[in-house]
Design a protein around this ligand. Structure first.
Ligand SMILES: Cc1ncc(COP(=O)(O)O)c(C=O)c1O
Length: 325
């Protein structure tokens, strides 16, 4: 069976909501490729096409498919993140009520983030504690209250990184290998930022299911490699169980050399990479995720870890909202 069909078959049982109007483009970065002496392609998941969603839209396509299949009328998630803003948009377009629990006071929130929530009539609940347990308790209480009101509630993992959300990147992997097949290209590495793990878990699962040979390397942007790797493994394992397939733990590769001083703190290498992509290719990136992963790509090319002539795919995972605040 062709590898791409294996992925279609594996995903057939899981409904998609149809949030992506078209598969996002994959194209060669001609000027960057010339500059680096390597063949660099990009998957433009900054253009997934739904509410500035980036990689969140792919996850939400399956998460919303699942919520609709369960006849949910209410979504509950937590934290003021790009995922919850995108979930708020997705819930709104499907006529659902969306509740987001936010750690912190209303006045301390970023106005741009608040404006996105406002567009989608999101119901925001502020939990004025920094203790993560307080947020979980508040979420459990809210869900009970909503259920007591007769609502059909679907809770979404913050970040969309559960076994259903990860399927979005199994689908992306299918798109990648189909592109490679039709162009006669063999990608040796796929690089992208990794944090809450859904992107990486889905790609790894896609690789394990299809047998496609490529090194899938998550560029850690929030925690050190060992911790990130075990988090990814946990989610790959859950996704494999959901699909009823095995996975290869060796396929989970994480590089943490480009985190800089910490999560969400811009690094000089990341800033330089953002500038280079903007100036050479007209592609905008954020400082928290894609910029740091792009710094990794440039470093690997300059020190020979990506060899001259090698063909590599970089995934632009979005973060467009972060360009404005
Ligand atoms: C723009 C962007 N890129 C990458 C990531 C990391 O993806 P994942 O959480 O699936 O590991 C995120 C997560 O918030 C993100 O917003």
């Amino acid at each position: 069976m062709p590898p791409s069909d294996a992925l279609s078959n594996a995903l057939a049982a899981f409904p998609e909501a149809g949030l992506l109007p078209n598969p996002s483009p994959i194209h060669r970065l001609s000027r960057l490729s010339t500059q680096l002496g390597r063949e660099i392609y990009i998957l433009r998941d900054d253009l997934t096409g739904f509410a500035l969603g980036g990689n969140k839209t792919r996850k939400l396509d399956f998460l919303m498919g699942d919520a609709l299949a369960k006849a949910a009328d209410t979504l509950v998630t937590s934290k003021a993140t790009s995922f919850s803003r995108n979930a708020a948009a997705a819930g709104k377009v499907f006529g659902m009520e969306v509740h987001v629990l936010i750690d912190g006071e209303a006045a301390a929130q970023n106005p741009a983030s608040q404006a996105f929530f406002e567009q989608y009539d999101t119901r925001l609940h502020y939990v004025p504690h920094t203790d993560p347990a307080a947020l979980l308790d508040a979420q459990a209480q809210l869900v009970e209250t909503l259920k007591a009101q007769g609502k059909s509630v679907c809770e979404l993992h913050p970040g969309g990184s559960d076994a259903i959300g990860a399927l979005g990147y199994v689908r992306a992997f299918q798109q990648i290998i189909e592109f490679a097949r039709t162009r006669g290209i063999a990608f040796s590495k796929i690089l992208f930022p990794t944090s809450s793990c859904g992107t990486q878990a889905g790609l790894v699962m896609g690789q394990c299911l299809s047998g496609y040979s490529v090194r899938i390397i998550g560029m850690a942007v929030s925690v050190p490699a060992e911790r990130q790797r075990s988090r990814v493994l946990e989610l790959v394992s859950a996704t494999a169980a959901k699909l009823g397939y095995a996975f290869d733990p060796e396929a989970v590769l994480v590089d943490d050399r480009f985190i800089g001083t910490g999560y969400a703190i811009p690094s000089p290498e990341g800033q330089a990479a953002v500038k280079l992509f903007a100036g050479l290719e007209g592609i905008l990136m954020d400082q928290v995720y894609t910029g740091k992963a792009a710094a990794g790509l440039l470093h690997l090319a300059s020190n020979g870890e990506i060899a001259p002539g090698e063909t590599v795919l970089f995934i632009h995972t979005g973060g467009n909202g972060g360009l404005f605040y």
